[in-house]
Design a protein around this ligand. Structure first.
Ligand code: GAP
Length: 466
């Protein structure tokens, strides 16, 4: 293996050691498929949310954000079809009692087989015919395939009976759909218009998943565009391209992104396409664009008894709008951005390597925008003054320990785009007055420029524009 190769192990270790992402419930030995964002990870995640809000809400006319409850009326999930069809095909190994997803077993055995086109019975037959072994114990002795619903179920109130069953939402989308009328009326919105939302979703995933790629609790940034039937095809293509551009604007190289059209469609969709990112473990979905037709609003009209039609002011027609959904997994986006940004550069020679680990994060999503580093502790007073000035506007780090070279490397490793060094020339001495300038070092090029302190704020602001 190339020693500077990008691997999930290295990225996971950096996340853990530098305060991005920790194992969930760490002191209890962790809880499978749960992760906690540390100070830098939480900051980065919020920065990604800000970029999404800017692109999807602020810069788009007729786009509105809501913040709906995670707990919704149980009838919502009957109407949406999740109670009937939101399930995974699972089977158990009778030998070692581990549980597996049938489609995953098939895909791991033969990447060209298409379990997404198979029925439950066909998947079982394929596993049997090819004598696919259990990934845990290597034996081939499975139960039949059963469908397991992925929704988390709990009870409201004090009695655990079927009347008090309530679900944690498995997708944000329904929070937007049940508010279609409220938003349309209060915003006096005309089609096409969009409702977006950032928030948690929960799925009882049984398959372990590549760090934060597949978890049981995760955040989605979802965007639903309500439109007239007939305009749906064009909007669907438009949002596929818009999503791809958004990821490129966040700093992902075009060759690390690809579209993947779905053959087997979810119960609500007429067309579906994922954007996949090339993770160190292979291609993985980070976004989905779905043409959900008038399925969702028709079902909610039927189950709620409310009239969810739209009165077209131009034609006087009443109809149920179509929905084009553009959904982003926030945790997967953060993971993709960390994987894309991770780099090890040998600044030395082959014989005498000097490896710099650096996160080339787009400045808009970097946890810290700038770090203030006094060349000597004697300069701490002036450096703190600079720090306090910048911290009013930007997330700013301050570090006065260790050699300046080591401090640069520490900031490179967490993706800080700019380092500002306060030196003796900044403050001057009894004979020579200070120049009130600082040295600004760029993370990616490592080039340095000298700037007056008062010019710093606009210099940094320009660099971090998204
Ligand atoms: N409202 C449509 C919907 O939920 P989805 O493809 O099931 O569609 C949307 O999920 C996005 O949510 C995915 O593209 C992925 O980024 C993210 N996602 C889904 N399941 C996830 C999980 N178990 N862990 C982390 N992210 C997940």
């Amino acid at each position: 293996m190339n020693p500077t190769e990008k691997t999930m192990d290295k990225i996971t270790a950096l996340c853990k050691n530098r305060g991005f992402i920790f194992a969930g419930s760490d002191i209890y030995g962790g809880l499978a498929n749960t992760w906690d964002y540390g100070p830098l990870g939480a900051r980065m995640k919020n920065n990604v949310k800000d970029t999404w809000r800017k692109r999807f809400i602020q810069e788009r006319k007729n786009s509105y954000e809501v913040d709906a409850d995670i707990l919704m009326h149980p009838r919502v999930w009957e109407a949406s079809g999740h109670i009937a069809s939101f399930s995974d095909p699972l089977l158990d190994c009778k030998e070692c009692k581990t549980r597996h997803r049938a489609d995953n077993l098939i895909e791991a055995f033969d990447p060209d087989a298409h379990p997404d086109r198979m029925t439950k019975e066909e998947m079982f037959q394929f596993i049997k015919d090819h004598h696919i072994p259990c990934p845990n114990c290597g034996k081939h002795n499975f139960t039949d395939i059963r469908e397991f619903n992925l929704m988390f179920q709990t009870y409201r109130g004090v009695t655990n009976d079927s009347k008090s069953v309530i679900y944690l939402r498995p997708e944000n989308a329904q929070g937007e759909y049940v508010n279609f009328l409220n938003v349309q009326r209060t915003m006096r919105a005309k089609l096409p218009f969009s409702i977006g939302q950032i928030g948690k979703a929960f799925r009882n995933e049984i398959t372990p998943g590549n760090f934060t790629f597949r978890t049981i609790e995760f955040e989605q940034m979802e965007f639903q565009t309500f439109c007239k039937e007939g305009t749906d095809g064009e909007l669907y293509e438009y949002f596929k391209a818009y999503g791809r551009q958004y990821f490129q604007d966040l700093g992902i190289a075009p060759e690390h992104l690809r579209f993947h059209d779905h053959e087997k469609l979810a119960h609500y969709a007429k067309a579906a396409c994922d954007i996949e990112f090339l993770f160190p473990f292979g291609w993985g979905e980070i976004n989905g664009t779905h043409n959900r037709t008038d399925y969702d609003l028709s079902r909610h009209q039927e189950y709620s008894g409310q009239n969810l039609t739209y009165l077209d002011p131009e034609t006087g027609e009443r109809y149920i709008p179509y929905i084009i959904e553009s959904t982003y997994g926030l945790d997967r986006t953060v993971l993709a951005l960390l994987c894309e940004a991770y780099d090890e550069e040998n600044l030395g020679t082959e014989e005498k390597p000097d490896v710099r680990t650096v996160l080339h994060l787009a400045p808009a999503i970097a946890p810290y925008k700038v770090a203030v580093l006094p060349l000597s502790k004697k300069l701490a007073g002036k450096a703190m003054e600079v720090y306090e000035g910048l911290a009013r506007r930007f997330m700013t780090d301050y570090d006065e320990t260790g050699s300046i070279g080591k401090r640069y490397r520490r900031e490179d490793e967490i993706g800080t785009p700019l380092c500002v060094t306060v030196d003796f020339e900044t403050v001057g001495n009894e004979e020579t007055p200070g120049d009130n300038c600082v040295t600004v070092r760029d993370r990616d090029t490592m080039e340095q420029v000298r700037l007056p302190i008062e010019a710093l704020e606009s210099y940094i602001a320009e660099k971090i524009v998204f």
